[in-house]
Design a protein around this ligand. Sequence first.
Ligand code: ADP
Ligand code: ADP
Length: 229
Amino acid sequence: SGAVRFDDVRFAYDPERPILKGLSFEVPAGKTVAIVGPSGAGKSTISRLLFRLYDVSGGTISIDGQNIRNVTQASLRQSIGMVPQDTVLFNDTIRYNIRYGRWDATDEEVEEAARMAQIDSFIRMSPKGYETEVGERGLKLSGGEKQRVAIARTVLKGPPILLLDEATSALDSHTEQEIQDALEKVSQGRTSLVIAHRLSTIVGADEIIVLDQGRIAERGTHGQLLAAG
Ligand code: ADP
Ligand code: ADP
């Protein structure tokens, strides 16, 4: 379950200036679709609409065939796990940060989520028997590492749909590879919509949609898009 569908979706923050101009696409249950495109194309707007921070001006967004207009915010929040671009972490252990919001999770469940997000080494890293802490005197995490902590937190909550706004911070190629591996693991069997800022982390997406000025300019797999030039 968790199929997401956009049907001729139109949206404008300001009626004079349309942002999405009739957008249709589908994320079949369990599949991964990535949205790419230049800054200002409307990518983040798509995730805000799916989360119902705004209502569409035309067309429909549905989850498993149900128009999200008829779904409560609370139930949307349970269905969609949002991994924001920039995550603020608490000055506490990585374990605490992953468990945040799922206090009933067992240690095994937390560790499994950490493994999927490829941060289990952080949890174990404990120079003097203490768990690694995030914070001023603790571990300094890169943008990509912080995002993986956020991914683990979301995965632990277990929503059927994952909405991921990829970190925009510059990542070295090693970190990019780790993010790609983490995404590959956590997206297994989960419906994933990824707002992507780099093609290299979404090579395996089932479909990539190139958005330009609120319209789909191109779509296909990574290979198809490369072949089309
Ligand atoms: P992207 O994520 O592709 O960079 P956005 O969806 O953030 O694009 O923005 C699309 C367009 O909508 C941009 O021109 C942006 O300036 C405008 N926009 C974004 N948020 C708002 C807002 N809250 N109010 C008015 N205009 C906005
Ligand atoms: P399939 O449905 O074919 O098993 P997946 O849904 O597991 O494929 O995802 C395939 C690829 O999509 C992954 O290898 C990864 O590169 C990319 N991907 C999946 N989920 C995400 C995500 N949340 N963020 C960025 N890229 C993702």
